[in-house]
Write a new protein. Structure first.
Length: 284
């Protein structure tokens, strides 16, 4: 797939970043530690294998892209890693610990956050409220303590608001702080979704098709935000994405899936020219 048009003129908007246009992002030497690892994951729906014997690793300090055509099993794999699906076979490990049976909220507390392809934000709530909702796994109390507004509930509210304000600053969402999320354009909603994940202070963030439905300008804004967080906070990112131009611009490594299986893995420049990948995307 040589000659693919590059989406971003990265030189036009880089700010004191080490970026080689058209090549891997090379801010720092990659650390070998594996944060997340799957072993032989199998997911079936009605006898159809959505994920078929998939073993991958996510290394600390990288931006990993998981790509593939529609129906390749990318989102199903992400749902297994984040705890929304239980695999029929296989294991998921986080920093060496088996988390296969942990519920999603417990994985969040360990340091695994995610965003969603289709917005899971509360459209009738404002931005800061949506971010605070993402901190519910750390909440302490019950309906009675919340109704009585006990000191413990007040303390959690103050703590959650402080964290929310921090990520609002980080992602430059100040002007939208009290805007109802349903009134915001898709690009801003995607940043709010990312802000909610970052408020959880994760070590790794999985993003499910973050560029879907965005304009070119909105994509550029979101890419800037991802790189800024990656660079300043050292957070690992995994992008499940269709947009080849985006992932080849910003990812260190790609994993390609097709019909539920991994068909290629490696640096973007090598992967996009792999005959199996070309066939998966172009059918020839």
């Amino acid at each position: 797939m040589r000659g693919t048009r590059q989406l971003f003129d990265v030189e036009s908007w880089k700010v004191d970043r080490v970026w080689d246009k058209g090549e891997l992002y090379k801010k720092k030497a990659m650390q070998p530690e594996t944060l997340v690892r799957t072993e032989h994951i199998l997911v079936e729906f009605g006898g159809i294998r959505a994920v078929d014997d998939v073993s991958i690793s996510v290394r600390r300090g990288e931006i990993l892209g998981i790509i593939g055509p529609n129906g390749a099993g990318k989102t199903s794999l992400l749902n297994v890693i984040s705890g929304f699906y239980k695999p029929k076979h296989g294991r998921v490990y986080y920093k060496g610990r088996d988390i296969t049976r942990l519920p999603p909220h417990e994985r969040v507390k360990l340091g695994i956050s995610r965003t969603f392809q289709h917005s899971e934000l509360f459209m009738g709530m404002n931005v800061i409220e949506n971010i605070m909702v993402g901190l519910h796994p750390w909440a302490r109390g019950n309906p009675l303590t919340y109704a009585l507004w006990t000191p413990g509930v007040v303390k959690w509210e103050e703590w959650a608001r402080e964290r929310a304000e921090h990520v609002i600053d980080l992602l430059d969402l100040h002007e939208y702080r009290y805007h109802i999320v349903g009134s915001l354009p898709p690009g801003v909603q995607k940043r709010v979704d990312l802000a909610r994940a970052l408020a959880q202070e994760p070590e790794v963030v999985f993003m499910d098709e973050p560029m879907a439905g965005l304009t070119r300008e909105e994509k550029e804004d979101l890419v800037r935000a991802i790189i800024e967080v990656y660079e300043t906070r050292g957070i690992t990112f995994v992008l499940v994405e269709h947009d080849l131009e985006v992932v080849t611009d910003i990812c260190n490594r790609l994993v390609v899936m097709d019909f539920g299986r991994v068909i290629a893995e490696g640096p973007p420049g090598e992967v996009v020219d792999n005959p199996l990948v070309v066939k998966a995307y172009l059918g020839s």
